[in-house]
Design a binder for this molecule. Sequence first.
Ligand code: UDP
Ligand code: MG
Length: 321
Amino acid sequence: MTPVLYFVIPCYNEEQVLPRTSGLFLAKLNSLIEAEKISPDSRVMFVNDGSSDSTWSIISSLTEEDEHYSGISLSHNRGHQNALIAGLMEARLRADITISMDCDGQDDINCADQMVDEYLKGCDIVYGVRNDRKTDSAFKRTSAGCYYSLLRGMGVDIIPNHADYRLMSSRVLDALAGYGEVNLFLRGIIPQMGFKSSIVYYSRAERIAGKTHYPLGKMISLAIDGITSFSVRPLRIITVLGAFVAFLSFIGIIYALISAATGNIVEGWTSMTCIICFVSGIQMISLGVIGEYIGKIYLETKHRPRYIIDERKNLKDVTED
Ligand code: UDP
Ligand code: MG
């Protein structure tokens, strides 16, 4: 039997993009169905992440035009990672495989064939990895490079140059359903699960229209989530730093005592000020890092749902057994 494939595509305020890319997804789905690689029950599933523009009405009319389109709409904007998990968890109950991707045409849809081939050969996860970063600004290229090194330094296992373009089998999705965390960083979780995986390389295009929803602030916040959701090394670094500063202070005390003994007690104002500023700076940073983890604990302990589904289109009711 051929597997049921669901493309899972989060969309947030994408009215300029969807009319242009939706046909590409459907054409790819149909070509895979014709090649008898996937079942005719396969779908292009859009996740409307609480858009404030006409994205959901575009998705709704697509689902009326063709039965291969389906959609879910979240009651509020919950961010890319939550929209993605909402779509994946809906697809889990209906599909054998999912391929998640951006709706803006940046992830090369033609890789889907290769991804399905890898699945048919026995892989449970297939990562879409960029083979270059030519379409990125110099700033994004450099910051991405530094970020990957930093993550590796913190002991987080991620696939460089891979975002959220990936195939996952229902086995992986079942395992993923057990990860209840609200601080979601899927590209950290998935490699950690350890299923048989492979990589498909693609070159990432420019956005077809509209602009990115990841400005610098959101990128930094995702980056911090990536580190703090997977590693406690920053807390250890604080301890080591504390020990180092304590050692320096000890030398300072000896110096101060010798100065006092030799009657040289007025001098040293500059060095004292520098030390106070330096140490208080380190303390503030340390408090910030600890606060970041406490904030995460606070959010996790509330066990709030990560998303609420408001509407579904072209999706048969299923019950979890
Ligand atoms: N997205 C979403 N919710 C958000 C922000 C983005 O569902 O709050 C979707 C967006 O519509 C797109 C994908 O997530 O399909 C990636 O966003 P974007 O293309 O803006 O990011 P970039 O590719 O520039 O990193
Ligand atoms: Mg994009």
